[in-house]
Design a protein around this ligand. Structure first.
Ligand code: PLP
Length: 381
């Protein structure tokens, strides 16, 4: 029996999207490809709510994150990075390793740094080149709810605003132009419900000009090449993963057919059902209420819940895949990817499997708690 994939990526991929990969291979230097690529770009623009340029990389999300650093940061450039989990920390380390100077604004995991702390760092460093923010910190299940303010702050003096939206585009608000995001990166395999392997980047006009005049001396992730090939021929400089492009095209059709507003609301309702359901079972959400993600649900383990045993039961007995914690959170939390295709049945099956697994671990969940746990799933359309 197939797994129900409730990981924070990759997620369940609809058959319609998987089947799209069976289409025959075409020449990536042909009109067939140009038509496909142009249509992909238009759909990605709608999903990002942007009129900015789009580049589609054949990489996982990390490739796009790395491209956002190596094309913008030069030796000695300062960049502010809110750090509230593994992905923020990795991003700051990447900036440092590329010769930049990351100014980390940390917060305890499960929270976001207060906006004022970022503003303070910004005011103290007049020569800040960029703010890099992980919009949804997948390792802790937290979402920054002041992205719009960061965009405004950056626009005060021409600082670049870069967003890692790898785990959130398609599952929550992300109006790239309205929020003044200069570089916004995402990936196919999370809230967009496509297979892993392609990563779009939206890039503002002024950032494009900067990159074109100051290209990095690298080959594959050199975005200047991507702009050139797109502008001259609607092509990519290197061989794209064609079957993944077909699949992504289909996945974006599904996103746009559903409509962003409806899709975002569905994610919100599913997240609410998870948070209230897990709380009813005595499993507290890890993230503080004002920072809780609508796409990655992290919950704390209680005594008697061993991470390995619990997730093995979920996977082997109930065919439901969920994730454990990262780094310091290993063994302390589990994480559910409530993203992409997530619906009422997914939430119900996941919560029911959690109840059964807890019972198998000898935790004896009482009947009232079980029915309370499932109560909110009725609200999901
Ligand atoms: C916020 C964030 N950034 C970057 C990445 C890296 O993406 P990938 O694993 O696709 O390379 C992830 C993956 O989970 C992520 O959640």
């Amino acid at each position: 029996m197939e797994y129900l994939v409730m990981l924070p990526g990759p997620t369940n991929v609809p058959n319609r999207v998987m089947n799209a990969m069976l289409a025959p291979i075409i020449n990536h230097r042909s009109q067939d490809f140009r038509i496909l690529y142009k249509s992909l770009v238009e759909k990605i623009k709608k999903t990002f709510q942007t009129s900015n340029d789009i580049i589609l990389l054949t990489t996982s999300g990390t490739g796009a994150v790395e491209a956002s650093v190596v094309n913008l940061i030069k030796k000695g450039d300062k960049a502010i990075v809110p750090v509230s989990g593994e992905f923020g920390s990795r991003l700051a380390d990447l900036i440092d390793s590329w010769g930049g100077k990351a100014i980390r604004v940390p917060s305890p995991y499960g929270e976001n740094p207060p906006y004022e702390k970022i503003e303070e760092a910004f005011d103290q460093n007049k020569d800040i080149k960029a703010i890099y923010a992980v919009y949804n910190e997948t390792s802790t299940g937290t979402t920054i709810r002041y992205m719009d303010k960061l965009g405004k702050l950056c626009s005060k003096n021409g600082t670049f605003f870069v967003a890692d939206a790898v785990s959130i585009l398609g599952g929550d608000e992300l109006p790239v132009d309205k929020w003044n995001i200069d570089i916004c990166v995402t990936a196919s395999q999370k809230a967009l419900a496509a297979p892993p392997g392609v990563s779009p980047i939206a890039i503002s006009e002024r950032t494009k000009k900067y990159i074109q005049s100051n290209p990095p001396s690298i080959l594959y992730l050199n975005l200047k090449r991507y702009f050139k090939y797109y502008e001259e021929n609607f092509e990519t400089p290197f061989t794209p993963a064609l079957p993944l492009f077909y699949a992504f095209n289909e996945a974006l059709d599904i996103v746009l057919e559903e409509g962003l507003d409806k899709r975002i609301l569905r994610h919100k309702l599913c997240a609410e059902a998870f948070y209230s359901g897990l709380s009813a079972l005595g499993l507290p959400p890890f993230a503080r209420e004002d920072a809780r993600s609508h796409v990655v649900i992290a919950a704390k383990y209680i005594d008697g819940m061993d991470d390995k045993k619990f997730r093995a039961l979920m996977s082997n007995e109930f065919r439901v895949l969920i994730a454990g914690g990262f780094g310091d959170l290993k063994g302390k939390v589990f994480r559910i990817g409530s993203m992409g295709e997530v619906n009422k049945y997914h939430v119900t099956r996941t919560l029911s499997s959690i109840i059964s697994s807890m019972n198998l671990l000898g935790l004896k969940v009482d009947e009232d708690a079980s029915s309370a746990a499932l109560e909110k799933t009725a609200k999901i359309f």
